[in-house]
Design a binder for this molecule. Structure first.
Ligand code: MN
Length: 498
């Protein structure tokens, strides 16, 4: 057996190896399932980085998570490099965009396929919300179905449609398609709020907190799956969790209702054969997950959790001593195609410039030792620092000595920017600045991540910008004061409301 698409050949090995001893299901049958299901599963995997769970010796042998494309992967296998979060280097995730890639993954015993909820290059933009129902001791798939109906009640009230699938293991997942401009901060805040509300309403049935291990006969609504570092088992993926091979399969609400009425979860288990037969009959019940555009309630956009991203900012400062703005969310802009920017000249331990862009309700920030150049091609290193609150846009004054960043801060330039392309999470931003001093295009891109301190470069692109004269260089665009004057005034000004 071999699979060939566009001169991509996959040679299959050890086809007779038994993968599920109890039913005698072989590796060859597993590969055949993936080849046969490819037309249905591929649209759901397209452009999503995946993690494989590999079972080289079948389900009774050892299994392991494979995030990185193995070194022996063929050159045609598509991958996408993502910087590691807390260490140096990057993870080269596999993208399964065609049948050959799928077959190749199956052949290396990648029995389970777990994609992210986002597509590259938008690593911060989930396409849907995922509720993962995880039954504790004494609870089962039917208990999960009960909880899913409680979530459905809330979704109905909000005018949102959700699509359930059995996990193929013991649980159930419910996907709420969005296919709109949202971030994980928003989807996780939403999923968490729903989970906590249901825990309040049904304390005997639902827990919302991973840490509560005592969830006998209860179901954990695992909202934390809505995170850029988490993957969830793919629809139509096989599972290696039970004695027999089962598939993660979409089910209808009607089928869940029937199962609850008859108190039997049996019709909710699908072997690979049953899954393929059902697909031929009913088609891809999960197709709307790819296309249906829905929006989350406004409240979640507003309380979306940049709070989390401002924790570092908060931790570094003593707000009884410094007059810098307190960590507070900015208004989250509807459009992600631009915002305001500020460059602050900061005479601290070393003189440097702070470059900040309004994004996702906070200011993405960099320290630029030599400042932004107006000459095309001149590269300036920019060290990514913690997100700042939006109020920091107009912070000018002094930070007391001994405090973090102690020294003088001038609003050196202020204005708006258009995001011409790229994303912050993708480490690449093409900007058109409309400042009082700087106007024109700049390219800001990440070159390495070290100890969670990513290094970027800022380069003028397109034509040279108007150079900054000496007088202009030492003037605040906010108050026209010089650095010496700001230091002497020893005040702090910023407007809390805008
Ligand atoms: Mn600074």
């Amino acid at each position: 057996m071999a699979t060939r698409t566009k001169a991509r050949e996959v040679k299959f090995t050890h086809l007779d190896k038994t993968f599920f001893p109890r039913s005698g299901f072989t590796k060859g049958e597993m590969i055949k399932y993936y080849v046969d299901v490819s037309a249905y599963i591929l649209p759901h995997l397209k452009n999503r980085p995946i993690t494989l769970i590999r079972f080289p010796d079948g389900i009774e042998g050892e299994s392991f998570y494979e995030k990185n494309a193995p070194r022996f992967a063929p050159s045609w296998l598509k991958t996408y490099a993502v910087p590691r979060r807390n260490e140096e280097g990057e993870i080269n995730y596999i993208l399964i965009d065609d049948a050959a890639s799928l077959a190749w993954c199956a052949n290396i015993a990648g029995l389970e396929i777990h994609p992210f909820l986002h597509r590259v290059p938008y690593l911060d933009r989930p396409t849907h919300v995922a509720f993962d129902f995880d039954p504790g001791e004494g609870a089962d798939l039917l208990t999960c179905a009960q909880v899913a109906f409680h979530v459905k009640e809330i979704l109905d009230e909000l005018g949102l449609e959700g699509f359930p699938k059995v996990s193929g293991s013991k649980g159930l997942q419910l996907y709420v398609p969005l296919n709109s401009n949202v971030t994980y901060a928003m989807t996780s805040a939403f999923a968490k709020a729903v989970a906590e509300l249901l825990e309040q309403r049904h304390p005997d049935l639902v827990v919302s907190d991973m840490a509560k291990i005592r969830r006998k006969k209860k179901v954990l609504i695992d909202w934390s799956q809505n995170n850029r570092s988490k993957t969830t088992v793919a629809v139509y993926s096989m599972r290696g969790k039970r004695d027999e091979p089962f598939v993660s399969m979409p089910v209808t609400w009607e089928e869940l209702k029937k199962a609850l009425r008859s108190k039997s979860a049996k019709p909710l288990s699908f072997t690979p054969d049953a899954a393929l037969k059902r697909l031929k009959k009913v088609g891809d019940l999960f197709a709307p997950v790819l296309t249906l555009k829905q929006t989350l309630p406004r409240a979640f956009a507003a309380k979306s959790a940049p709070v989390e991203t401002l924790k570092k900012y908060e931790a570094k400062r003593d707000f009884t001593k410094t007059k810098e703005p307190k960590p507070k969310l900015g208004r989250t802009k509807k459009s992600a195609t631009g915002g305001r920017f500020v460059i602050q000249k900061h005479d601290a331990t070393r003189l440097h410039y702070d470059f900040r862009l309004e994004m996702e309700g906070t200011l993405k920030s960099w320290a630029v030792p030599k400042g932004v150049s107006t000459e095309p091609g001149v590269k300036r290193a920019a060290f990514e620092v913690e997100d700042h609150p939006v109020d920091y846009l107009k912070f000018e004054g002094t930070i007391p000595q001994g405090q973090y960043g102690g020294g003088t801060v001038m609003v050196w330039d202020l204005g708006t920017f258009d995001l011409l392309g790229g994303t912050h999470s993708g480490g690449d931003l093409k900007l058109l600045l409309h400042g009082k001093k700087l106007t024109g295009e700049w390219h800001v891109f990440r070159i390495r991540s070290e100890d969670d301190k990513p290094v970027w470069l800022i380069v003028k692109s397109g034509q040279a910008a108007k150079p900054i004269g000496a007088r202009q260089e030492n003037r605040s665009v906010l108050t026209q004061r010089t650095m010496a004057r700001i230091a002497k005034d020893n005040d702090a000004q910023w407007t809390g409301a805008h």
